[in-house]
Design a protein around this ligand. Structure first.
Ligand SMILES: [Zn+2]
Length: 255
């Protein structure tokens, strides 16, 4: 149900190569080592950074919605994915939703999840992951280490999941192997979209077509998402946040 697309097709090797790619990105660049050591000298709680250093809502969008991010951490408290990765997920959603749904997103809360939730294997795991944390008004996003395909072998990148005990309770689960538009795709489901066959759509899981990074929502999908947005605001599924203030101009000190 509502699984994220695996654009390269085959279930087996693509998951492997995504893992490798994600690892490469995280470990990239010997030159960054000095920089990293400097940062470690004054430690910033990585979970606080996920809330405070990720992009704020696009002020041009009419509605700003909160994302409540739950991220699996290891025994030392390190999250399964980086600030850069979370930032890319949010930036992708902001870009596509501003145009399609006149909506934007920002992280409002971040909470750690115990390492026991690292690997989400079964449908029951997906239910139990979100059930204790669910609330209305925001989108709950769970970032885990791995997410198994419950319909076959292999791993998937993300899913929009409805609690089987109460399908009004729903949330997004992202695997650490997710590409930067996986959150956007899953939010498309949250905003009522099924998979589609529109060329170039983020919701099209058919093989072929343009690279995923270039995809957007189709105009008909955009119209459907705007209707869903109004319905979700109407019934309290989502509560728009106060409009973001425009960025403060820099110090007015002219020489
Ligand atoms: Zn999907």
């Amino acid at each position: 149900m509502d699984e994220a697309p695996a654009p390269s097709g085959g279930a087996e090797p693509s998951a492997e190569s995504d893992v490798a790619a994600a690892t490469d990105e995280r470990g990239a660049g010997d030159e960054d080592e000095d920089e990293k050591e400097k940062k470690e000298a004054e430690p910033v709680d990585p979970l606080v950074a996920l809330r405070d250093a990720t992009p704020r809502c696009d002020p041009a969008a009419k509605h700003c919605f909160g994302l409540f991010v739950h991220v699996v951490v290891d025994d030392e408290g390190a999250p399964v994915q980086s600030l850069e990765w979370v930032t890319a997920q949010i930036a992708g959603a902001q870009d596509r939703f501003a145009e399609a749904a006149d909506a934007s997103f920002e992280v409002v809360e971040v909470e750690p999840l115990a390492a026991a939730h690292r690997d989400i294997v079964s449908r029951l795991d997906r239910d139990k992951l979100g059930r204790p944390h669910f609330s209305r008004g925001v989108v709950h996003v769970f970032v885990v280490g791995s997410l198994a395909d419950v319909d076959g072998p292999g791993e998937i990148r993300g899913v929009h999941w409805r609690d089987r005990a109460n399908t009004a309770r729903r949330w997004v689960i992202l695997s650490s192997i997710a590409g930067s538009l996986t959150l956007t795709h899953e939010l498309g489901h949250f905003f009522s979209l099924p998979h589609s066959r529109y060329a170039g759509s983020l919701m099209n899981k058919q093989p072929g077509g343009p690279p995923f990074a270039e995809r957007r929502f189709h105009a008909k999908e955009a119209a459907k998402m705007r209707r869903a947005k109004a319905a979700m605001i109407g019934d309290g599924t989502l509560v728009p946040r106060a409009a973001a203030k425009p960025a403060e101009p820099g110090p007015a000190a002219e020489p």
